[in-house]
Design a protein around this ligand. Structure first.
Ligand SMILES: [Fe+2]
Length: 238
């Protein structure tokens, strides 16, 4: 398929931009106004190139078929990685006031690191790649590469492009920035810890064995309800 022959992107509307902010509310905490707007634009641009109506429609998986959450979408992963990345940055900055880190780049980079996944997970793309892997490969581009394209297309700074490209294995070929290193470690840790908690579908989590991680069993649904009841009562009392 020639790139110029691809299905036309959906229009990037304010309604689509609004869903991005609804699904990733942490975007509102990016202090630099231009960076915040462009981060929202990047996700809207990425979604418009696919059939996904919004971010929460993208499956919660590391790559297609690998580390699939038993429940929860890609937004759960992104928000959690963003909070963990910020916690890492703030922990070091508070303990070592002489340490320099760009919090805005960490936050925007964490919320955008998987922006290429809309395209990598798009059902029409996957069907095309699967039909003949000899044609353009499968996937034609992994999400870090496509994510870097999206970030460049909307005019994000190279620090963010670098995080989109370098947060995964592609980054092993480069010297990562400090902000990229933080997002990279938070991201990889997230999938490993999710595996340790038993939150990943077993048939997608074979790689855990190589990492010497044993998934723990989940709380049975009935016990979970009782726990929730207790929590609610405690909240009401408090
Ligand atoms: Fe990720």
């Amino acid at each position: 398929m020639y790139f110029l022959d691809r299905r036309p992107p959906r229009p990037i509307t304010d309604a689509l931009r609004a869903t991005v902010l609804e699904d990733l509310p942490e975007l509102a905490h990016i202090r630099d106004e231009e960076l915040r707007h462009k981060a929202i634009e990047a996700w809207a641009y990425a979604l418009a190139e696919t059939d996904f109506p919004r971010l929460t429609a993208i499956p919660g998986e590391a790559t297609p078929g690998v580390f699939a959450l038993k429940r929860g979408s890609q937004a759960v992963h992104l928000r959690s990685v963003a909070r963990i990345s910020m916690a890492i940055a703030d922990e070091f900055a508070q303990e070592f006031p002489e340490a320099v880190v760009d919090r805005d780049i960490v936050l925007a980079g964490a919320l955008l690191h998987d922006v290429g996944k809309a395209w990598e997970f798009d059902p029409a793309n996957r069907r095309r790649w699967e039909a003949d892997k000899s044609q353009a490969g499968s996937p034609a581009l992994r999400h870090p590469v496509y994510g870097a394209h999206v970030c460049i297309a909307v005019g994000l700074p190279e620090e963010i492009v670098h995080i989109a490209l370098g947060h995964s294995y592609e980054g092993d070929l480069m010297q990562r920035s400090l902000e990229c290193l933080i997002v990279h470690r938070a991201d990889h840790m997230w999938w490993s810890i999710a595996g340790g908690f038993g939150l990943l579908k077993a048939e997608t989590a074979g790689m855990l064995e190589g990492r010497k991680i044993t998934p723990r069993g989940l709380r049975p649904p009935k016990e979970r309800e009782r726990q929730d009841d207790k929590g609610e009562r405690a909240d009401a009392a408090g």
